[in-house]
Design a protein around this ligand. Structure first.
Ligand code: SAH
Length: 280
């Protein structure tokens, strides 16, 4: 009987060890495949959109500092960042002091190469969805010169569709399906922890020079492409500006999913320009 229990414990310990090794192996495999330094925690930005409660901003700052994630951007905050926020930050003042504030989401993410929305719920126009593990995988498969943003919505209504459509993908923290909405700062805590936990299991890979043009395009460059695309589609009559329907939304989803490089954006824009010239 005792022997049976011991055997079971040993086999469990073995499985756990294999799991941990498997995890380490998986993460170093991404990096080796990339052959260059992986994304740094300093290049990960937490973006809070339209937050109404200063306590959530303070608690988010605390959660970020605990997990060594330093860049906080507030988009159109709906509350003062004063005593309440600093009290809830519990000493993570550096995050609040260095925060950036932007009028809209576009501006906050313009230089980011990967933009991830967060949401507790599915949307009418389904956006490509990741779980937190896949998010971490994506982040650490990126180059150390890349920037990423995790975008968090309003306490009462989350992100609106227009904001969601600026993002490459959406991450959902698995929860009780009947009670899926986490407190805003708790959601930030969970994702920052996932990132921190996994990055500490990684080992350094040798850096490699990557051609600038092969790096993922920034959100600003991609938005420039979408404007160009819409203009061209209207010019050719494919898109009726008075009745655009969901075409641009669906195209955004398609392109954002494919995570275009600068080079690819240049090719696509070159194609549009050639078509426009042909039409005179
Ligand atoms: N009623 C809102 C809930 C907003 S909760 C809605 O339906 O969207 C505030 C924010 O916390 C969300 O916008 C999201 O950024 C984050 N959040 C809450 N629960 C989450 C979950 N399960 N997964 C990922 N993000 C979550």
């Amino acid at each position: 009987m005792v022997f049976g229990v011991l055997e079971k414990a040993r086999s469990l310990a073995n499985d756990l060890e294999i799991d941990q090794k498997g995890l380490n192996h998986k993460y170093s495999a991404w990096r080796n495949r990339q052959g260059r330094r992986q994304m740094k925690l300093q290049n990960i930005r937490i973006v809070m959109v339209g937050t109404t409660h200063p306590g959530n901003i303070g608690a988010a700052a605390r959660a970020m500092h605990n997990m060594s994630i330093g860049q906080l951007t507030l988009v159109d905050p709906q509350c003062p960042i004063g005593e309440i926020a600093y009290a809830r930050a519990s000493g993570a003042n550096v995050i609040l002091d260095n925060r950036e504030t932007c009028a809209d989401l576009r501006q906050a993410i313009a230089d980011c190469n990967l933009v991830i929305a967060t949401s507790a719920r599915r949307r009418s126009l389904a956006w490509p969805e990741l779980d937190p593990g896949e998010l971490v995988e994506k982040l650490f498969a990126m180059d150390d010169s890349s920037h990423a943003a995790l975008v968090f919505g309003r306490e009462h209504s989350g992100l609106n569709n227009e904001e969601l459509q600026l993002c490459n993908q959406m991450v959902c923290i698995p929860t009780n399906p009947d009670f899926s909405s986490l407190n805003l700062a708790s959601a930030i805590q969970v994702l920052c922890y996932e990132i921190y936990r996994c990055q500490s299991t990684l080992t350094e890979a040798a850096p490699r020079e990557t051609d600038e043009q092969d790096l993922p395009a920034s959100s600003g460059e991609i938005e420039g492409y979408f404007e160009h695309l819409q203009k061209s589609l209207e010019l050719t009559g494919f898109l009726n500006p008075r009745q655009p329907g969901l075409i641009m939304q669906r195209l955004r989803r398609l392109y954002l999913r494919s995570e275009m490089t600068r080079n690819e954006i240049n090719i696509l824009r070159g194609m549009l320009t050639a078509i426009e010239k042909r039409r005179g």
